[in-house]
Ligand binder design. Sequence first.
Ligand SMILES: C[S@@+](CC[C@H](N)C(=O)[O-])C[C@H]1O[C@@H](n2cnc3c(N)ncnc32)[C@H](O)[C@@H]1O
Length: 280
Amino acid sequence: MTASVTLSPYQTSVADYWNAEANPVNLRLGEVDNIFHHHYGIGPVDHAALAGPEETREERLIRELHRLEGDQAQFLLDHLGDIGPADRLLDSGSGRGGSSILANARFGCQVDGISISQKQVDFANGQAADRGVDSKVRFHLKNMLRSGFPDGTFKAIWNNESTMYVDLSVLFAEYARMLQIGGRYVCITGCYNDVYGLPSRAVSQINAHYICDIHPRSTYFAQLAANRLVPTTVVDLTAATIPYWELRATSAVATGIEEVFLEAYKGGSFQYLMIVADRV
Ligand SMILES: C[S@@+](CC[C@H](N)C(=O)[O-])C[C@H]1O[C@@H](n2cnc3c(N)ncnc32)[C@H](O)[C@@H]1O
């Protein structure tokens, strides 16, 4: 099944990674309210919400990390523009489907999520069915570089932490094709900082950890410009994500990559950005 959507041995290795993934940091947080994210959080930590007896500290910490991840997803959705129930959205690299379900709950519209992991697609379709939204929220085993949706299908497309697996020149050409004129593209991504130079050791460690290829900030803007996607808003979320990582580093669900992210962000080699662009 996987071989039919992956376009290279590299992509097959990424699909294998996500098919095997079952990190408690993703599953236990998702179980808080059955919205499953595979992305990071933003915003200040609510220390009052963490206060309480030591025996139940971990439970409160999980809820707080999940709240920060939910806020990140809502911040992305805030920037999709004027979306109505008749519009259609694409969640590109949709993971276990949390952002798609939140988008449908907010806008009432059809949302297609795509992932190269069959396991994630099955899981996310199960979530949509459990919530009774499966007639509007559908997940597909598809490659974001060649998903086969017709031209001009979508009012908005987003990537939530999934652009570091693909060549942006191919990706943005595909989005320019699938977006309606005047449609919107939003991504939240980690990128390496051109001002630092080339990827730092910490950035290279993140690449090795996730089998990805973090792009420089400059490549996003060069490839958007080359593909009729004109930026309207750019927000540097680096400072806003650091509290999430500091909190996660103290949790039992820490995966070991937390200190590397903190070194990369604090050392200035890595940035967490939201980029919003209009299809013209
Ligand atoms: C870090 S997860 C992010 C998941 C989701 N956006 C979220 O916020 O929870 C990266 C996702 O990108 C997907 N992905 C990676 N390469 C892909 C490709 N070429 N086509 C479609 N999905 C891809 C993975 O399967 C995974 O679902």
